[in-house]
Ligand binder design. Structure first.
Ligand code: PLP
Length: 457
């Protein structure tokens, strides 16, 4: 009988790809608890209940994570950091409130704006010209918004970014608390950092981390940490966005990943960090100095990131992400010196050294909001050629990498300068389409989408 997905995954796995992407076990480090099928339980009275009253084995495992990372409480997530970002914003901002939001947030945060009907006040990051990426959130930027908008009592920022750039969380938390606001950090890419001695997260009120991205944990398993909130509050909000049948394999995998990191994973991670430092010296790469960086993230700067990633894939090497001038490798405790030397050899053979990096110009000023993110994301929509969308209201975010921040967010009006910028960075090609809010009369640019997508839903 055909099993197309299972078959294609088995074929791919049989080729033994050198994986430097998610999940962090890279297909080589035992991530699932052994005897997976036998442990795939449901709530039985003996197995615990993720969203139940507590006092069970799940809560005991969660508490061990909370203690290890220095938080009051921890909630296991089986819906990735996406579930965590929704839960965290619901906990801190509630429904219908306001939030100072990192403009470079993942789409899960934009979706939370819509789900919770939150009003965003965007925090912009400085542009690092030489690196071609955004820098850290400046505490003064947070200070200015909180002083100007006293109704904002929730600040949400991402740290580290996809490229590994960390913001100064203790100072930002201090600014927030001085204004009676609380800080939520999307640390989706940082679950390994506290094991490496990084303490910045402790200052925040809520932190969300994707265990599956940088630790040997199964896809979708993630963690929400909180200070000053009860487990009952975490469970209540977490259950709004989580399955009522959470996977025991994912949860047991979180338990096993912590234990592994405490036994031998941290040492292996430290070795990976030393190798990454060597690779950064050997190849043009984002390096620490001007900014604080995740020591395990390797972001290579090159003349054409897409071409380099493709050339690597042809050699059975899978990076995490590529953009015009960078290729990002997610390196973890699964990657010993042997795997990293294979990567180094490939980079050398592909002539990465000495390539002048393709730099991206900074994004233009923010567009004007025409409606709320909630109105835009739930509005009827139509598909339009980007080149013909001047003056239209975007129904989603237009967020190419780089710059890695939405040039246009849901509910914002596209102006000529945004179209010109998107063209300049190679995004606005002749056939690029976007979704815009449908006002009930116009036609779209593609017949099928005109037909099925332009109807009010
Ligand atoms: C910064 C950031 N936050 C949140 C998420 C969502 O994480 P998950 O895929 O675990 O749901 C991602 C995913 O890539 C991300 O990059």
């Amino acid at each position: 009988m055909p099993t197309p997905l299972y078959d294609s995954l088995k074929r791919l796995a049989a080729e033994n790809p050198l994986r430097f992407d998610m999940p962090g076990h890279h297909g080589v480090l035992q991530a699932a608890p052994l005897g997976a099928l036998a442990l795939d339980f449901t709530e039985t009275g003996y197995t615990g209940d993720l969203f139940g009253p507590g006092g069970d084995a799940i809560e005991a495992a969660e508490q061990m994570w909370a203690a290890r990372f220095g938080f009051d409480s921890c909630l296991f997530l089986t819906g990735g950091s996406t579930q965590g970002v929704h839960t965290g914003l619901a906990l801190l901002a509630g429904a219908g409130g306001a939030v100072a939001l990192d403009r470079g947030s993942h789409r899960s945060a934009y979706h939370a704006l819509a789900l919770l009907d939150l009003t965003p006040h965007y925090l912009l990051r400085p542009w690092l010209d030489q690196e071609g990426v955004t820098g850290p959130i400046q505490p003064e930027t947070v200070e200015k918004i909180l002083a100007r908008r006293p109704e904002v009592k929730t600040v949400c920022i991402t740290s580290p970014t996809y490229y590994g750039i960390l913001s100064d969380l203790p100072v930002i938390a201090q600014v927030c608390h001085a204004h009676g606001a609380r800080l939520m950090v999307d640390g989706a890419h940082g679950a390994h950092l506290p094991f490496l001695g990084y303490e910045g997260y402790r200052a925040a009120d809520v932190v969300v981390m994707s265990a599956h991205k940088t630790l040997p944990a199964l896809g979708q398993s993630a963690l929400l940490f909180a200070n000053g909130l009860t487990m009952a509050e975490l469970r209540r909000m977490g259950s709004l966005y989580g399955s009522s049948s959470p996977s025991y394999l994912l949860m047991a995998g979180l338990d096993v990943a912590r234990d592994y990191m405490e036994r031998e994973g941290t040492q292996r991670y430290e070795e990976t960090v030393r190798q990454v430092a060597r690779l950064r010296r050997r190849f043009p790469a984002l390096g620490p100095g001007k900014v604080e960086l995740d020591p395990a993230r390797l972001t290579i700067q090159c003349a054409d990131g897409f071409a380099l990633a493709e050339a690597l894939r042809r050699r059975n090497i899978f990076p995490e992400m590529a953009d015009r001038g960078h290729v990002v490798f997610l390196l973890t405790c699964a990657d010993g010196p042997g795997r990293l030397e294979m990567l180094a050899r490939a980079l050398e053979e592909l002539g990465v050294e000495g390539q002048p990096p393709a730099l991206c110009p900074p994004p233009p000023p923010l567009p004007e909001p025409a409606m709320s993110p909630r109105q835009a994301l739930f509005a009827p929509r139509r598909t339009l050629l980007l080149s013909r969308s001047e003056g239209q209201v975007s129904a989603g975010q237009i967020a190419p990498y780089p710059p890695g921040v939405p040039v246009v967010a849901p509910g914002e009006r596209l102006e000529k300068k945004h179209l010109v910028y998107l063209k300049e960075i190679g995004y606005n090609r002749s056939d690029t389409t976007i979704e815009v809010v449908y006002n009930g009369t116009e036609k779209g640019d593609h017949d099928e989408t005109d037909h099925c997508d332009c109807q009010p839903r």
